[in-house]
Design a protein around this ligand. Structure first.
Ligand SMILES: *[C@@H]1O[C@H](CO)[C@@H](O)[C@H](O)[C@H]1NC(C)=O
Ligand SMILES: *[C@@H]1O[C@H](CO)[C@@H](O)[C@H](O)[C@H]1NC(C)=O
Ligand SMILES: *[C@@H]1O[C@H](CO)[C@@H](O)[C@H](O)[C@H]1NC(C)=O
Ligand SMILES: *[C@@H]1O[C@H](CO)[C@@H](O)[C@H](O)[C@H]1NC(C)=O
Length: 568
């Protein structure tokens, strides 16, 4: 049977004349989606038809899996986690979705692997559009703006601590091997390692030991006045081939306790990251079989969030969290926080391919919450994990998120993200097809606490002005140089940079951030500094591809590399 599969594969390849180009060296003005394979949509569709035919004849699933993985590897334009994932972590999900799609529309499966193959006008694919309410005709200022009391100086500004991508490792071992063959190291005790893991963590392929997180939290507790904590997802380690619901729950509970003990009287707001899913990235919407629903996660998430939710006991709110893994809550007078589950944009959340349109009505709910705030004259902070322009976020979601940011530009004051581990920001424009149009929003992708891969651990504090629309006045990133720490020397947490100082900004408005992008594009020296900050003073493990990606990210509010990547 195996042979037959390969023969069919070979024949199809030959007959359709697929062009497979190898990856060219990256030139300076490479267009990101232009390198790699140049596959043909028709070939992919042909192969999938063959695969679904084979599936109908009850061939064993391993054969089909192997076939699917081969197709995926041939066609995927990047070394993509999806392909390996198909045959391991996502087995169940993959078959469930594959069987349902293979019957209806094989071409849609190719749309998964090849974005060019998706039908951009199909509302169940990337072509969906969430309905946006019209802008109010008159400025509805129902709420009188609070005047800054005369005796209040800028020192009355509030401090918001953002911790993201902790990926805390409760199995970190010392001594152990920091340079192992597994994707994640520092987990097996070994007396005589080639490259020894550090006691407080290892800047490399290792997640962060929980005692370093404890040390960091205790340092923050002692050093800073914190008025509010925001947690933007990915609390679980990177050992995703071993994920289980029990282990996830145990880690979430331990971490929740750790953070709560450091800030017993400070509001803590959580958002879900893609690693909270079991299997990783899996967040089944409610249009699939109930056995896939992540109700266990949403319940735990609700328990973690409840103490600080304004309507914490409201039944409808609770059942709502169960349903979407998102919530909206009043932080103080005039400020609402919306925690948005970006599991619904994750490219390897296979369920989404059954119908990408507004998964579990989360985008239309987001719009409804924003509209309510707009009518009340309230401002909004958005808390989410995956930045929309990230390659792991589906374009349909990103495009709609961008439209929502545009429509509610005067209501949304700030967007906080994580996910990338590297520190960057993204400017949003009035016209998403024109980077010369007016900048109307900024998303902050904050640096990770984990050292995975090759960065020092970091945390960030935003200074906000409660008397000026909760605007961000400045932010400061702190880090610890782990190479200088040892069993006998505790990590030293110190300031890395503040935005205003580092970029010479007078304010943190979208217009000022757009000016920063221009400065970075123009100056090699400023870019070097930016990469160094992104990796927290490590000599950056960042080749030209990685550097270019960071520069693209500065404007990539949704996916169009032609438009958003600079020519350097
Ligand atoms: C890519 O770069 C390597 C080393 O810099 C060089 O040897 C090779 O010829 C280049 N390949 C192409 C296709 O330009
Ligand atoms: C720091 O931790 C201690 C002990 O848990 C707690 O009493 C104190 O309120 C914390 N400080 C802040 C600023 O949260
Ligand atoms: C896809 O989901 C949207 C929104 O939930 C729904 O309106 C639409 O009917 C669904 N389409 C299909 C083909 O199931
Ligand atoms: C990306 O932007 C360019 C320039 O505005 C435009 O020509 C192109 O059609 C866009 N591509 C997509 C896929 O929207």
């Amino acid at each position: 049977m195996k042979k037959l599969v390969y023969i069919i594969l070979a024949l199809t390849l030959l007959s359709e004349g697929t062009v497979l180009r190898t990856k060219d060296n990256l030139s300076k003005n490479v267009k990101y989606d232009k390198y790699g394979f140049q596959p043909l949509c028709a070939t992919c569709t042909g192969l999938i038809t063959v695969a679904s035919f084979i599936l109908k004849y009850d061939v064993s699933e391993p054969v089909v899996l192997e076939f699917a993985t081969i197709i995926c590897k041939l066609f995927a334009k990047q070394p993509w986690a999806v392909c390996d994932g198909i045959s391991s972590q996502f087995r169940d999900e993959f078959f469930y979705v594959f069987r349902r799609l293979a019957n209806e529309s094989p071409s849609q499966i190719c749309g998964i692997i090849l974005p060019d193959c998706a039908d951009p006008t199909d509302p169940s694919e990337s072509g969906w559009k969430v309905a946006l309410p019209p802008k109010p005709k008159r400025k509805t200022v129902l709420k009188k703006k609070e005047k800054r009391p005369k005796d209040v100086s800028s020192s009355q500004n509030m401090n918001v601590l953002q911790l993201t991508d902790l990926h805390i490792d409760f199995e970190y071992k010392y001594p152990s091997e920091a340079n192992c063959d597994d994707p994640v190291c520092c987990r097996k005790s070994i007396a005589d390692p080639k490259k020894a893991a550090g006691y407080w963590g290892s800047v490399g392929k290792c997640d962060i030991p929980y005692w370093t997180v404890e040390n960091m939290l205790s340092h923050i507790n002692k050093t800073h006045m914190i008025d509010m904590v925001i947690m933007t997802g990915d609390y679980i380690n990177h050992v995703d081939w071993e994920y289980s619901i029990e282990e996830h729950l145990s880690v979430l509970r331990k971490l929740h306790r750790l953070v709560q003990e450091s800030f017993p009287t400070t509001p803590i707001y959580w958002a879900l990251g893609n690693h909270e899913g079991v299997p990783v990235n899996s967040f089944a919407p409610h249009n699939v079989d109930e056995r896939f629903w992540p109700t266990w996660l949403y319940k735990e998430f609700q328990t973690m969030s409840q103490p600080w939710l304004s309507d914490g006991s409201d039944e409808s709110l609770l059942s709502f969290i169960y349903r979407r893994g998102s919530y909206a809550t009043k932080v103080m007078d005039g400020l609402k926080l919306i925690s948005l589950n970006t599991g619904f944009c994750e490219v390897t959340n296979f369920f989404l391919y059954l119908n990408q349109s507004d998964p579990d009505s989360s985008m239309s709910w987001f719009v409804k919450e924003l509209y309510e705030s707009e009518l009340k004259g309230e401002k909004v902070y958005v808390l989410a994990h995956i930045p929309p322009g990230d390659s792991e976020c589906l374009e349909g979601w990103a495009f709609n998120y961008y439209r929502v940011i545009q429509r509610f530009e005067s209501t949304i004051v700030a967007q906080f993200f994580g996910h990338d581990h590297l520190d960057y920001f993204t400017v949003f424009y009035e016209d998403m097809h024109n980077v010369k149009s007016k900048p109307i929003g900024v998303g902050y992708a904050a640096p990770s606490v984990t050292t995975f891969e090759y960065q020092n651990p970091a945390y960030r504090i935003y200074e906000i002005d409660p008397y000026d629309n909760f605007k961000i006045i400045d932010f400061t990133t702190y880090y610890a140089d782990l190479e200088a720490a040892s069993e006998t020397r505790k990590p030293v947490w110190e300031k890395l940079y503040s935005a205003r100082e580092a970029y010479g900004m007078t304010d943190l408005s979208p217009i000022s951030w757009n000016a920063v992008t221009q400065k970075l594009f123009k100056s090699d020296k400023k870019r070097e500094q930016f990469y160094k900050y992104a990796f927290r003073n490590m000599s950056p493990q960042c080749d030209t591809t990685c550097q270019m990606q960071l520069m693209c990210n500065l404007r990539m509010g949704h996916h169009n590399s032609t438009l958003y990547c600079p020519t350097l």
